[in-house]
Design a binder for this molecule. Structure first.
Ligand code: FAQ
Length: 320
């Protein structure tokens, strides 16, 4: 019994020390002691972030063969490749918390792990590629700039690198939209239609309102998050609306209005029922996205086996 008591008071002491450490703004490294709930929280968030990057390659991948010029094709290819790279940094960051890549992929395939709502919508026209770069990457940047100062050091380091690349992504998307808005009436209509379809799902990317965010309390206590979902959403709206106006796009929100007192835009309510449906597997493309990921993963089994065999062989040679 004394031994159990010792373990409990030792854990309390460790927890207090840990919380003092993060509250002082210090980083947590993989070998540092951390509460089990902190570790699980991060595995959930980082793995879902990684899955989002990789699944997010699909809607844009749909347009590689149909890009309107060689320049556009090269840019799109580079961008999609970057997203794959972001997935790899993030899977590696999550692995430092004691979960394997295989386990994370299994959680994705069985529906236990989520990925961003946004990638369950179809990319119907070339303007959607502009809207994804401008709005989706734009939303991702706002969130990820804040995450650069997250308490878990491997996640924070991954974010610094990712943010540099995302700002190029956002600009290439905006360039597509600006170009289309200077084009024919049909092209302008196409750009506006993409804006109408991607605006609201982009706002949903920031997650539920703060009052409905079950993970918020722990995220702030442990400085995993530095800004709330609503704060970041507001920042994104305030930054994006003037960009839309500059190129002649209309934001599809009749309630959008500048509010002098708060120094930001008031906006209409998000359709949270749609959000709930999409994140729980019932969006327009959920089944297609997961099925494609599973198929590609199965087709790549031989690559993983070959890499494992090569690793075993080089390990053997170096120990001889
Ligand atoms: N989609 O309590 P909270 C990108 C879930 S990367 C789906 O507020 P939290 C780059 C949430 O998981 C985009 N599910 O949760 C790119 C939780 O469910 P759970 C990805 C969502 O974690 C561009 C429940 O709702 N970025 O776009 C979403 O504190 C173009 C309760 O929510 C990141 O992942 C959602 N939008 O806050 C790539 C950023 N929102 O897990 C390719 C890192 C919430 O209990 C092409 N993540 N849920 O089953 C975060 O900052 C946070 O995880 C939030 C959610 C803000 C997403």
């Amino acid at each position: 019994m004394d031994q159990v008591q010792d373990i409990i008071s030792n854990d309390h002491a460790l927890l207090s020390k840990f919380e003092e450490h993060v509250q002082a703004g210090e980083a947590v490294e993989p070998r540092d002691w951390m509460p089990e709930a902190y570790r699980k929280h991060l595995i959930r968030q980082i793995s879902q972030h990684a899955h989002s990057e990789v699944i997010g390659m699909q809607p844009e991948g749909n347009w590689i063969t149909r890009a309107p010029s060689l320049r556009a094709k090269q840019i799109l290819l580079a961008k999609i490749q970057d997203e794959g790279g972001h997935g790899l940094y993030l899977y590696s960051a999550a692995e430092t918390l004691g979960i394997t890549r295989t386990e994370m992929i299994e959680q994705l395939h069985t529906g236990k792990a989520k990925y961003s709502n946004i990638f369950n919508y179809p990319s119907l026209t070339w303007a959607d590629i502009g809207a994804i770069g401008w709005l989706v990457d734009g939303a991702a940047i706002v969130n990820q700039v804040s995450l650069q100062r997250t308490s878990y050091a491997p996640y924070s380091r991954a974010m610094v690198r990712i943010c540099k690349e995302e700002s190029f992504h956002q600009r290439q998307g905006y360039e597509i939209m600006a170009k289309m808005m200077k084009g024919t009436a049909e092209q302008r209509e196409m750009a506006q239609d993409a804006m109408n379809r991607w605006w609201w799902p982009s706002l949903m990317m920031f997650g539920p309102h703060d009052s409905d965010s079950p993970h918020a309390a722990d995220a702030f206590r442990w400085k995993i998050k530095r800004h709330t979902n609503d704060e970041l959403r507001q920042k994104f709206i305030d930054k994006t609306v003037p960009q839309a106006e500059l190129i002649g796009l209309t934001v599809p929100d009749p309630h959008l209005k500048w509010n002098d007192a708060k120094g930001g835009y008031d906006h209409g309510e998000i359709n949270w029922e749609e959000f709930k449906q999409v994140i729980n597997g019932n969006g327009p493309c959920n089944k297609q996205r997961l099925q494609h990921h599973k198929q590609v993963h199965d087709n790549g089994a031989w690559v993983r086996e070959a890499a494992e065999a090569y690793k075993a062989r080089t390990n053997n040679q170096s120990s001889n």
